[in-house]
Design a protein around this ligand. Structure first.
Ligand code: SF4
Length: 89
């Protein structure tokens, strides 16, 4: 099973909830912004590493691509490839 790393910048999030629609396993709405479910705060952003199937990986990438303010990064942990790189931190 592939392992992905999701990084989420809650400061940048404007609560458009594309991520919640695209990947409800990883994102939930909370107080007008998204929450990265199970994410831990690290270096100013929320980070989660998770084992996913191919569909789960695709959903995470769709969430990141759909975010209008590029508040989500997704990396393939095994290969080190950035599947979508939204922001620097
Ligand atoms: S899609 Fe982006 S702006 Fe919208 S809730 Fe998710 S992280 Fe926030």
């Amino acid at each position: 099973m592939p392992r992905i790393r999701i990084e989420y910048d809650r400061e940048t999030c404007i609560g458009a909830f594309v991520c919640v629609d695209q990947d409800p396993d990883h994102f939930e709405p909370d107080n007008g912004k998204a929450v990265l479910v199970g994410g831990k705060r690290d270096d100013g952003v929320y980070v989660l590493e998770n084992d996913v199937d191919g569909d789960g990986m695709e959903r995470a990438v769709m969430a990141a691509k759909g975010c209008p303010v590029d508040a989500i990064n997704v990396r393939d942990v095994d290969s080190g490839e950035d599947l979508y790189w939204g922001f620097e931190h």
